[in-house]
Ligand binder design. Structure first.
Ligand code: NCD
Length: 436
């Protein structure tokens, strides 16, 4: 295994130092480190070193929709985005609702080798919302599932949700809820507000999210369990989570990069690239989720990377699929919206994109660790001074439904290391190292 000496990097954006990566761990830290004879040196001047990013919410589409993404293409995209671990959502075909399917996903992730893939288990059989899936069997499988979600669909029956919250306590699991009241969102196409009224598109009101978030924090309190709110998108949801945390309720929440920067105004062009679930909201909501992320009400940023092939997006708005890609742009959006606005430091970025998601997913033995001697060498090096124009056709994800095409974003992932092995160097994937 190659030994790497990273010269003059800034861990968490702080004072420059050298990092020696050997035998899968951070072997030494200090200025002017002696390079072992076989070490590959990387000039890290100007680069910020972060713990490898951890995504709690990725759609890898395999099994079933390999035309949109495969575990190999999605995890390669993840490595290029600076990730060393992703949680793969359960809405595959077949659904990830049995030990067999989650083990298959886990094995395919290992074989691909780009990042650690942690399968999310479905809460209910077939995401139907009726009967609990084999939560215990998935938890005890080789995949060691700890995060359960019907994402794409809401666990709307309060009794089923209550049982799921109770059940996962036995193995310290968490239910990650897609908060969407189904009756309030029948046929919904975009955020319900001024723009939907003008465009004549059926609205997805903020209250449909907030009603479920409010119900679920109360259920989590009632049964003393852990709840995670997926892709929180409204100012009201931020308020509810803030209130719940102040009461000591064990709730965590995520926001997506796109909800940190885009608004429903983008629907005016009827371009389905901007059609996503939950929908893009208003500028007021964008401000509220930024504030919630900065003050810790929202714990993490998760991509909700939702690749779709061209035929599912290149059509009229109402017929198009919901979803946007995000693995290769997430860090840049966080840099632009949170770091460059002075709301967060790089240490905060490491928290919301690495240590906190690792902890919520209970993979914090390996991921989201401090950059310290003896810790697994899961690292990403970022050049914050770089700028680039996003070209969806040039990305590693198999799908081109990025909402950021043609947009200039700051920051570039220069290198990613998974247990000391380079998956990305000079901003390019290192296929040979990964295949070794
Ligand atoms: N986020 C999305 O817009 N789409 C997700 C599922 C979902 O959450 O609706 C997908 O799997 O495509």
């Amino acid at each position: 295994m190659t030994t790497y000496l990273l010269r003059d990097v800034s861990p968490l954006g702080e004072a420059r130092t050298d990092l020696l990566l050997a035998d899968g761990v951070v072997a030494a830290i200090g200025t002017g480190l002696e390079a072992p004879a076989d070490a590959v040196e990387i000039d890290g001047a100007g680069l910020v070193a972060l713990p490898g990013l951890v995504d709690l919410h990725t759609h890898l589409r395999e099994p079933g929709r390999e035309d949109a993404e495969t575990i190999a293409t999605g995890t390669r995209a993840a490595a290029l985005g600076g990730f060393t671990a992703v949680h793969a959502m359960a809405n595959t075909t077949p659904t990830q609702d049995t030990a067999g399917v989650v083990e298959q996903v886990w094995h395919l992730g290992r074989r691909a080798g780009w990042v650690d893939v942690f399968p999310v288990g479905a809460v209910t059989v077939g995401l139907e919302g009726e009967r609990l899936a084999e939560l215990g069997a998935m938890a005890e499988s080789a995949a060691r599932v700890r995060v359960f979600s019907d994402d794409g669909k809401c666990v709307h029956d309060p009794v089923v949700m209550r049982r799921a919250l109770e059940y996962v306590k036995a193995f310290d699991g968490v239910v990650a809820q897609h908060a969407q009241e189904p009756r309030l969102t029948e046929g919904s196409q975009m955020h319900e507000g001024v723009v939907s009224a003008e465009l004549g598109l059926a609205g997805w009101p903020a209250v449909a999210e907030e009603a479920i978030v409010a119900r679920d924090v109360l259920l989590a309190e009632h049964v003393g369990s852990r709840l995670h709110v997926c892709h929180l998108s409204t100012a009201g949801s931020v308020e509810i989570v803030r209130w719940a945390k102040s009461r000591g309720i064990d709730v965590t929440a995520e926001v997506t990069p796109h909800h940190l920067i885009l608004t429903d105004e983008l629907a005016r062009g009827y371009d389905p690239l901007f059609k996503v679930n939950p929908p893009l909201r208003t500028q007021r909501d964008v401000e509220a989720v930024r504030e919630g992320l900065a003050d810790g009400t929202i714990d993490i940023v998760a991509t909700d990377h939702a690749p779709h092939p061209r035929e599912d997006k290149d059509c009229e708005w109402a017929a198009a699929a919901f979803g946007m890609t995000g693995l290769e742009t997430a860090l840049s959006v966080v840099q632009e919206t949170m770091v460059e606005t002075g709301r967060m430091t790089w240490a905060d970025v490491a928290r919301v994109l690495s240590s906190a998601p690792a902890r919520i997913g209970r993979v914090d033995g390996q991921h989201g660790r401090p950059i310290a001697v003896g810790e697994p060498a899961n690292l990403t090096l970022v050049d914050p001074a770089a700028r680039r124009v996003v070209r969806p056709q040039g990305q590693a994800t198999k799908s081109e439904n990025s909402p950021f095409g043609g947009r200039e974003l700051p920051g570039r992932v220069v290198a990613t290391f998974l247990r000391g092995r380079a998956t990305v160097l000079d901003g390019a994937p290192v296929d040979e190292e990964v295949q070794r």
